[in-house]
Design a protein around this ligand. Structure first.
Ligand SMILES: Cc1cc2nc3c(=O)[nH]c(=O)nc-3n(C[C@H](O)[C@H](O)[C@H](O)COP(=O)(O)O)c2cc1C
Length: 139
């Protein structure tokens, strides 16, 4: 199994609740079928998504996702083998989170309070963000 984390920019900014629901409904239906779990964050026009499942399945999904014209600047941050899932109960969780809440995460306070977006995350900070959602108060 692998975990793949990427960020991207929404083409529509702001993204309407209906469009976001559309992405989540489609993701949940598909992911359940292909045994992929994970979570999606959306804040200030940018997405942060964690996908976990069999390597081939996740790679195929990522390739499909990359071509989706609802987002662009798709940047892969991490792909690594995992022994177990971090979001095993979520076909695609959507923890609704504000910038203020993001700025409360230890290790990311400066990053988010400086107005930076998911697009500026690198591997280290992406992991810190992942850890906060893995067992944290949003899960
Ligand atoms: C930000 C974002 C996240 C997405 N996440 C997923 C996902 O986790 N699983 C999925 O199957 N499709 C996801 N999609 C949709 C895919 O890009 C693609 O449209 C869909 O898989 C096509 O499936 P269909 O067979 O229902 O047409 C996402 C799209 C966007 C814009």
């Amino acid at each position: 199994m692998v975990q793949c984390i990427y960020c991207s920019k929404s083409v529509d900014v702001p993204l309407s609740a209906v469009d976001l629901e559309g992405i989540l409904d489609q993701s949940r239906a598909n992911n359940e079928r292909i045994d992929v779990t994970g979570m999606l964050l959306y804040e200030s026009g940018a997405f942060f998504q964690v996908l976990e499942g069999d390597r081939e399945v996740v790679e195929e999904l990522y390739a499909r996702l990359e071509g989706d014209d609802r987002h662009h600047n798709v940047i892969k941050l991490i792909v690594e083998p995992i022994a177990e899932r971090s979001f095993g109960t979520w076909s695609m969780g959507y923890p609704k989170v504000s910038r203020e809440e993001l700025a409360q995460i230890d290790g990311l306070n400066d990053f988010f309070s400086q107005g930076k977006s998911f697009m500026e995350l690198e591997e280290g900070r992406a992991k810190t963000l992942l850890e906060a959602f893995k067992g944290g108060r949003w899960h």
